[in-house]
Design a protein around this ligand. Structure first.
Ligand code: GRF
Length: 201
């Protein structure tokens, strides 16, 4: 079992989906640590309920992004973490972090990248008027939502969609996709060559 850490700022429903599939034996991972930059993030409570170590690392205590990231890296190394899963983590990671875990940090984005990167993927897709959007699991590189794509799933946009209804449908796809991507990584089935990520047997 690979040792996995999850970084989350908010609700943590993706975290929950991953933990549930691990509990059911469908994902070959062990989540050893959950870190949040928000003290009251429900994600921390979800982890604690399942007996997983959950930590608030306070951004207010550090002078720069690099110093904050160095503190987080320290915690991850202490737990001998092999994969870092970003699940609604609202901070941009510094190059320092990415270099420490090259192709070892995953993120889920609520749009079909490279369309609608950034923090409002759902709203931007709706405002643009696309008929199909979706979600993307990708490795994190030094850019904003630019790393190699691991898995994607398309989600239709319907006439009467609001950001909320669309987000619900995208979320449902995320809960299918993210545990699968984590499982593939943990079984050493992902191979990255340049921008392309292959699933190997
Ligand atoms: C998800 O929609 C994900 O795509 C985005 O942040 C949201 C996190 O939701 N990166 P949750 O905290 O997992 O419920």
């Amino acid at each position: 079992m690979k040792r996995v850490a999850v970084l989350a700022s908010g609700q943590g429903t993706n975290l929950e989906a991953i933990l549930e599939e691990i509990a059911q034996g469908k994902v070959a991972a062990r989540v050893v640590l959950v870190i949040s930059d928000r003290e009251r993030a429900p994600a921390l409570e979800r982890a604690r309920r399942r007996g997983i170590r959950a930590m608030f690392v306070d951004p207010g205590l550090y002078r720069s992004r690099e110093e904050y990231d160095a503190a987080v890296i320290g915690e991850l190394k202490e737990e001998r973490v092999e994969l870092v899963v970003l699940a609604g983590f609202m901070r941009l990671l510094s190059p320092l972090f990415i270099r420490e875990f090259p192709m070892r940090v995953m993120n889920i984005h609520p749009a079909l990248l490279p369309s609608f990167p950034g923090t409002s993927g759902i709203e931007d897709a709706l405002a643009y008027g696309v008929k199909v959007t979706g979600c993307t699991v990708h490795f994190v590189d030094e850019g904003l939502d630019t790393g190699p794509v691991i898995l994607q799933e398309a989600v239709p946009v319907i006439q009467d969609d609001t950001a909320e209804t669309l987000h619900q449908r995208v979320h449902a796809a995320e809960y299918r996709l993210y545990p699968r991507a984590v499982d593939l990584f943990c079984r050493d089935k992902l191979k990255v060559e340049g921008r392309r990520c292959y699933i190997v047997e």
